[in-house]
Structures are given as C-alpha cells and as structure tokens.
Design a protein around this ligand. Structure first.
Ligand SMILES: [Zn+2]
Length: 239
C-alpha cells in the first residue's frame, strides 16, 4: 500500500525531511510501497516462483521477515519522467546517500538482494529478527507506536514552555553546567550542577523520538530536550 500514514511515525517524519532534501538538489523522488499485509507479501513472494515475473523478495508473508510488514520501510522511484527505475545517473544512489545522511538505512547497501529503492529505520538492525523476537507480530509492534511525535516538525523552531534539563541522549544523562557551551549557559540556569534551559528558550528541532510515553527532541547543538514529559507539553512552535 502506498500510504505513508500507515508507517512508523518516526519514519513519517524522516520522509518529510528526506523529501525536502531531495527537492533542494532537484531529485524528484516519489514514495511507492509502504506497509505490506501478509497477503500482499505472499503475492510478491509468489512472483517468480509460482507466478510469472522476476523474483523480487526472499520473504514469504507469514514469516514477517520483510521490513515492509513492520511499517519501518518504504520504496521510492523517480518521478522526473526519465523512467521510474532509470539509474543511469545514479539517481537511486544519490537519494540513498541523502537518506543515510539523516540517519536512515538504505537497501542499496545490502548484498542479497541489493535493493536500491528501499529505505528503512535502522534502529532494529538491517533485518527483522530483533522485531520478531521482541514483538512477535507486526500488530503488537504497531500498538507501541506514539503518533504524537507527528505533532512536531523537523527543522521547525520551538520554545520551551517550562524550564527543562538538557540531556545527552533521549531520557539519558543530564548535561553538566560546567560542560555546557557559552550560548547554552546564556539561556539556562544552574540547578544542582546541571543545565536547566529557561522557560521560553528557543531552539531548532533536528530529530524527534517517542520513548515510554515521553517525547524527546534533539536541538541543533546535539542536546536533547523533553517535548512532552509525563504527559505535559514542554515545547511549542515559535511564532
Ligand atoms: Zn522495499
């Protein structure tokens, strides 16, 4: 199915980011296949085996071994009229490089099969084995998704609505005041030796992740700030 709204919310954010990057350099990338059902995966697996066509996948439906079945991958093609899969000018490699630049995985790096139109969220590895052993079925995995991350926009300007500790990773260690750069100190107070970003401090969002009910955002400086913490919003768009 070609519906990006069925994909993992973090991947939806990344798609918006990737599209903007592609537009900037004149690569007309179009989103194709997104989430795939068991029946759709079986039909694809049959191609080149019990049905005509060339083999395009090694993953039968019930094994849940395609990333598409977990909503963490999409395929793309070119939409500039040169032929959807024309790669004479390394179109797919250039889009793949941009995808990797923003932290996505690219099927063009795979060995068998090499899958240049395939892009995925890499935090569970390059196969589905971690997802299968952790969640069992895609349904159970999809129930853990936090769609509230879609309320935020990568590249957008935000301000804090409360004082916030800065962290070195999502929910990770707090930034020590003595380690903070001057421009961070300028909009913070020292609280228990840690940096507490003042209410109303502005920042540009470069990454958003949902974790155990909280939402964390990465600032341009690399530090992480809570966007929603214990149910309470901590940031809003800067007008
Ligand atoms: Zn794919």
């Amino acid at each position: 199915m070609r519906d990006i709204r069925q994909l993992h919310p973090q991947l939806q954010l990344k798609i918006a980011e990737l599209k903007a990057l592609c537009d900037k350099v004149g690569l007309k990338m179009v989103i194709g296949e997104c989430l795939r059902t068991v029946a759709e995966q079986d039909a694809l697996y049959a191609q080149g085996r019990t049905r005509p066509g060339i083999r395009v996948t090694n993953a039968p439906g019930r094994t849940y071994s395609s990333q598409h079945q977990w909503g963490i991958a999409f395929d793309f093609y070119r939409g500039d009229g040169k032929g959807a899969y024309d790669d004479s000018d390394n179109f797919f490699g250039r889009v793949g490089a941009l995808a990797k630049q923003i932290g996505l995985g690219w099927g063009g790096d795979w060995k068998s099969p090499v899958d240049k139109p395939h892009v995925y969220l890499p935090q569970w590895g390059s196969t589905t084995s971690v997802l299968r052993s952790t969640y069992g079925t895609p349904d159970k995995f999809i129930r853990t998704w936090d769609r509230a991350v879609l309320n935020f926009r990568i590249g957008g300007r935000y301000r804090t609505t409360k004082p916030c500790y800065l962290r070195l990773s999502p929910a990770g260690k707090k930034l020590a005041y003595k380690d903070a750069p001057e421009h961070i100190k300028a909009k913070s107070t020292k609280k228990g030796g840690k940096v507490s970003l003042k209410k109303g401090a502005g920042f540009v969002l470069t990454e958003v992740v949902g974790r155990k009910g909280d939402i964390w955002g990465r600032m341009k400086t690399g530090y992480w700030v809570p966007l929603r913490y214990r149910g309470i919003p901590r940031a809003r768009p800067k007008k």
